[in-house]
Design a binder for this molecule. Structure first.
Ligand code: SF4
Ligand code: URA
Length: 289
């Protein structure tokens, strides 16, 4: 079991390295293997979802769809520019966002600044309808300077695609912009030190809806101490913006994907978000039809 886990971790690490290399090469489109999608829970897949069955994901036969520009945002020219300026590749071409990212890159307002590899200001559409806010960078994010690019990020990407969107169409950020050592949750004083950056980003981005991913995001942004299990699915407000709290993708992954009810709850929350911005979830192709 442990050996299998080690093998799996090594394989995931290799795959991530390969994806990072592809990204550097400017690859923006990857084909998803339908066999892998077939094994995934419905919220991950692009296939049929029929909520009448208690275990519909066992039956569905997802159809092949390319993962449109989903892994990374930004054009290769903006990445080259960013490199020339010695800024993180995440630095937006939007001047106001880039200016925030520059201040973040130089920030030492809390102890997380001492141990980070790169700052992770967040990235995406400078005028998004939907903004996702997570907790803080993990190992992969710390290495790449991009929010949600590790395992949780891949799940978030699938959710975004399932919503009929791409990562480029939304903005993805975090409560803290530097990785807490060992992936611990950020401490209250770290969140307080970093929050002004997020507040500035939100004021600039003016999203219609913010999706708070997990309890830390809710605590950080809304100062709401209620558990995520109670709060999820219930609309909140941040400075006039509608906020939907839902489970963090890592929480779904940690459960080993066993608790499928949680997956459905997240999907319900995301459907509510789509409705709020005047969108419908894209129709799902049926294998029967
Ligand atoms: Fe600054 Fe935020 Fe990093 Fe702390 S976590 S050093 S406040 S950017
Ligand atoms: N988890 C988060 O909360 N944020 C990230 O950017 C990655 C993982």
């Amino acid at each position: 079991m442990t050996t299998n886990r080690k093998k799996l971790a090594a394989a995931v690490g290799q795959l991530e390295g390969h994806l990072a290399w592809l990204k550097e090469e400017g690859v923006q489109k990857l084909a998803a293997d339908p066999k892998i999608l077939a094994a995934a829970p419905p919220v991950l897949s692009t296939g049929t979802v029929a909520k009448t069955d208690s275990k519909p994901w066992k039956k569905e036969t997802p159809t092949f769809q390319p993962l449109e520009k989903s892994l990374v945002g930004g054009s290769s020219s903006s990445r080259v520019q960013a490199r020339e300026l010695e800024l993180p590749p995440t630095t937006s071409t939007n001047p106001a966002l880039a200016e925030i990212a520059q201040r973040v890159a130089a920030c030492q307002k809390c102890v997380l600044g001492k141990t980070r590899t790169r700052t992770v200001p967040g990235q995406g559409n400078p005028q998004p309808e939907i903004m996702f806010v997570g907790e803080g960078p993990g190992e992969d994010e710390d290495r790449q300077g991009l929010a949600f690019v590790g395992r949780a990020g891949q799940l978030l990407t699938r959710m975004i695609i399932r919503m009929g969107l791409t990562r480029d169409e939304v903005f993805i950020g975090n409560i803290v912009k530097c990785r807490p050592p060992g992936n611990r949750a950020p401490l209250p004083d770290e969140m307080a030190a970093c929050l002004p950056y997020l507040r500035e980003q939100i004021a600039m981005l003016k999203p219609k809806v913010i999706v708070c991913l997990g309890a830390t995001a809710v605590k950080g942004l809304l100062n709401n101490q209620l558990g995520i299990t109670k709060l999820r699915g219930h609309w909140q407000k941040y400075e006039g913006v509608d906020v939907m709290p839902t489970f963090h993708p890592s929480f779904l992954l940690r459960g080993g994907g066993e608790d499928k009810a949680r997956w459905w709850e997240v999907w319900e929350d995301l459907v509510a978000v789509l409705k709020k911005v005047g969108r419908e979830p894209p129709p799902q192709k049926t294998s029967a039809g």
